[in-house]
Design a protein around this ligand. Structure first.
Ligand code: AMP
Length: 416
């Protein structure tokens, strides 16, 4: 299967070749023809499946083939995303795929001055990628009209509702023309998402890609049992023993993220915490820093990490395990992307055993128990001082015994 088989026009296939896309991903194979044929699409897909190109390519192709001058202030395609980072990434994807097409797009988000955004809008754009709050703001000021929108995409719809955007989205929807094509993408389908999808879509084609409980292939999973108070030292040790290129570390709280980033910087590992409280510039610096490899490590909570797309992320580290097992799958989706290898490392304190058990049920037999000698384990059976800076050969591994369903026993066995 190639993009040419999907009847994608040459300027776009050439741009995709430059990006190194040799064949469409499963969601692209299904969604692209339906969107080209005029259908609405309801897609359950998370980041890492290629869903952005699944809607961006057909939008670009249809707008290009049916070109009309974009009247000032009125737009032909609107993509809504929950976070600024995701909006910027979608916009970057549109830039990549639309080389050679004379279509203009822009990205709109809050937390920065609106002037450059409105200046761009005044010149006329075909495609707007936006977060809901700033979009509404600019609509209310008369900078944007949605009455000529032909394509409407709601990306990461479940996260938008989680983040409290439902009222904004409803207001935006009332301004859209009834005759339009809609793409609705979500990772999960709680009842309120069903209701929203029903109100937006007309006889949609359902596309399911990489369901939430299917982890990306090629990811190596491991867990260390460790006291909460030893996690900091263990993290340092992991950086010494593992070959870490770029990592995203998950913490439960924003303060935890700051603390972990600070501790890593103290030992010479360039890390930056990202969370909603920080200014857009700081968040973007963290992201760009990671892209240019000057920052090796980002530390984030689940909320702050949403929409982050870092190419070739080598490691995901769960400094704290998520309580919901599906969140683990979502986190590890940040590594091993688009067929590459990735590593997921988790730290499990005694209070997190039940979370690990649930995750293990979702991924039976895949999580390897690792130990670094000298670390106190969580069972109080081995009372040894915490030693950091151990050489690589001091590391022992054994496979989690999923049949016993008892992490305590299997880690006990690994020690004796
Ligand atoms: P997304 O799910 O849209 O966030 O995309 C995840 C990653 O897959 C991004 O880094 C894309 O550049 C990449 N990607 C998307 N489509 C393809 C494809 N057909 N072949 C290879 N990589 C792709």
């Amino acid at each position: 299967m190639t993009f040419e088989n999907l009847n994608i026009i040459a300027p776009i296939t050439q741009a995709l070749k430059q990006k190194g896309y040799t064949e469409p991903t499963p969601i692209q194979q299904i969604a692209i023809p339906h969107l080209l044929n005029g259908s609405d699409v309801f897609g359950t897909a998370q980041t890492g499946t290629g869903k952005t190109a699944a809607f961006a390519i057909p939008i670009l192709q249809k707008l290009y083939l049916n070109h009309s001058d974009s009247r000032t202030g009125s737009i032909r395609a609107l993509i809504l995303a929950p976070t600024r980072e995701l909006a910027i990434q979608i916009s970057d994807s549109f830039s990549d795929y639309s080389k050679g097409l004379k279509l203009r797009h822009t990205v709109i988000y809050g937390g920065v001055s609106q002037n450059p955004q409105t200046a761009f809008l005044r010149k006329g754009v075909d495609i707007v990628i936006a977060t809901p709050g700033r979009l509404l703001d600019l609509m209310n000021q008369g900078f944007i009209q949605l009455d000529r929108v032909e394509f409407f995409i709601l990306d990461e719809a479940d996260r938008m509702l989680d983040m409290g955007f439902a009222p904004d989205i409803k207001r935006i929807i009332t301004k859209l023309p009834a005759r339009r094509q809609t793409g609705f993408f979500t990772a999960t389908i709680p009842p309120e998402i069903k209701a929203l999808a029903n109100s937006l879509l007309t006889r949609p084609v359902m596309v399911h890609a990489a369901p939430v409980s299917t982890p990306a292939d090629g990811i190596n999973h491991s867990v260390y049992y460790v006291e909460q108070s030893d996690k900091k030292a263990l993290l340092q040790q992991v950086f010494l023993t593992e070959d870490i290129d770029t990592a995203l570390i998950f913490t439960r709280t924003k303060h935890g993220a700051d603390r972990v980033a600070r501790d890593l910087n103290r030992i010479g590992i360039t890390a930056e915490a990202i969370h909603g409280n920080k200014s857009q510039n700081l968040r973007q610096r963290a992201l760009n820093g990671d892209k240019s490899r000057s920052i090796k490590v980002l530390v984030a909570t689940d909320i702050a990490s949403r929409g982050i797309d870092i190419d070739r992320l080598s490691h995901v580290i769960n400094f704290e395990l998520p309580e919901v097992p599906e969140t683990y799958i979502h986190r590890i989706g940040r590594t091993g992307r688009a067929g590459e290898k990735g590593t997921a490392i988790s730290f499990c304190a005694s209070g997190e055993r039940s979370s690990l058990k649930d995750i293990n049920k979702l991924l039976p037999g895949t999580i390897e128990v690792k130990r670094i000698l000298g670390f106190k384990a969580t069972e109080n059976l081995l009372v040894a001082p915490v030693i950091i800076q151990r050489p690589r050969h001091a590391m022992q591994t054994n496979r989690f015994d999923s049949t016993s369903n008892n992490p305590r026993r299997s880690s006990y066995r690994s020690r004796y």
